[in-house]
Design a protein around this ligand. Structure first.
Ligand code: ATP
Length: 327
């Protein structure tokens, strides 16, 4: 017997395209299973402030294709304190909320685990982050869209790079994970890809660019993840290469927050729809403290603590493909 009569949903941490599709799915699944649904604005901060809204199946009309999140997102320092979490619990109690679906990244899941330990409050996590850095799912919601946005932008940069015979350093998001850089790099035919997981070394970079020039390439693209380990920031990296390879005219392009925006891809919409339904079904079955994810096109569940602590490894095979493609 489960006692879940009212489920709350929120988006937390960095926003990602497809979060709206996930909210819609949770709300519609609640309606389908005749369970009340509450939206919490601004993540954990909204929980502390009691910033709630009643949601029904019609509240989420026409949002499946919208970027961002209708519930807004936030990072809350207050929720990191016992006092903040006590306030949040008080508001949940007052509104008779029985369980929570958190759409976010590993920080948001950590907050969920801490809260569950303190108050034994049922929580399910849905991975929503463009970085794809969560263990227990091959894809996070928003990653596919961000990847396609990055590839589209790099394609455009390539047009201008080849017209002027320039070398472009293109920085993409990924402070700790190189999924966007590696996949966007391979997908856009980059000459080199610098990721946090691998230190290519400045010498190797110079040699590779020299080789590329010698082989007759007139322009080059180097895709750099924010958290790359080869040297300093992307501007210093570009200057180093310009100083050492004067034959190159070097430019830098930082894609930045545009990678978070835009209409979600079909892949992200479908993924979000599947994970939202599963999250509600699990809560109604009396499960808690797990994350829903996808593997080999099947929905799977992973303990939240495992999802936080585990490493989503970069593909060695893809690294090799990227090496071979730059020949
Ligand atoms: P992204 O991957 O896009 O950065 P995220 O979910 O990892 O998303 P964070 O800013 O790390 O984003 O975490 C979101 C929120 O989760 C924090 O602002 C905080 O309120 C809460 N949180 C994170 N870690 C803890 C913790 N140890 N204890 C309590 N709350 C936490």
């Amino acid at each position: 017997m489960n006692n879940i009569k009212k489920i709350a949903v929120m988006t937390s941490g960095g926003d990602s395209p497809g979060m709206n599709a996930a909210i819609r799915s949770v709300v519609r699944a609640c309606a389908y299973y005749k369970t009340e649904c509450i939206g919490i604005y601004r993540g954990y901060q909204g929980m502390i402030d009691g910033d709630f809204v009643n949601l029904n199946a019609r509240s989420v009309n026409n949002i499946i294709n919208k970027g961002g999140t209708i519930l807004k997102s936030a990072r809350s320092t207050l929720f990191r304190t016992k006092a903040g979490r006590a306030l949040a619990y008080e508001h949940l109690q007052k509104s008779q909320i029985d369980a929570l679906v958190v759409i976010g990244g590993d920080g948001s899941f950590t907050g969920g685990v801490v809260f569950n330990k303190e108050y034994n409050f049922p929580i399910i996590g849905i991975p929503g982050t463009i970085d794809n850095d969560i263990f227990g799912t091959s894809h996070t919601i928003g990653y596919d869209t961000a990847l396609n946005t990055a590839v589209e932008a790099i394609d455009k940069i390539r047009d201008t790079a080849s017209s002027h015979k320039r070398l472009f350093f293109v920085e993409v998001m990924g402070r700790d994970a190189g999924f966007i850089a590696l996949n966007a790099g391979v997908g856009s035919g980059a000459e080199e890809i610098l990721i946090p997981e691998e230190n290519l070394g400045l010498d190797r970079l110079l040699q590779s660019l020299k080789k590329s020039k010698k082989s007759g390439k007139s322009s080059s693209i180097v895709v750099v993840a924010e958290g790359h380990k080869t040297g300093e920031n992307v501007y210093q990296l570009a200057k180093y290469v310009e100083d050492n390879l004067p034959e190159y005219e070097v430019r830098v392009s930082v894609l930045g927050h545009m990678q978070r925006g835009g209409s979600p891809s079909c892949f992200d919409r479908v993924l979000a729809s599947r994970l939202g339904v599963k999250a509600v079904e699990l809560l109604l079955e009396g499960k808690s403290n797990v994350m829903v994810g996808i593997k080999d096109n099947s929905v799977i569940i992973t303990d939240l603590e495992k999802a936080i602590k585990g490493n989503h490894e970069i593909s060695i095979e893809l690294l090799k493909v990227s090496d071979i493609m730059t020949t």
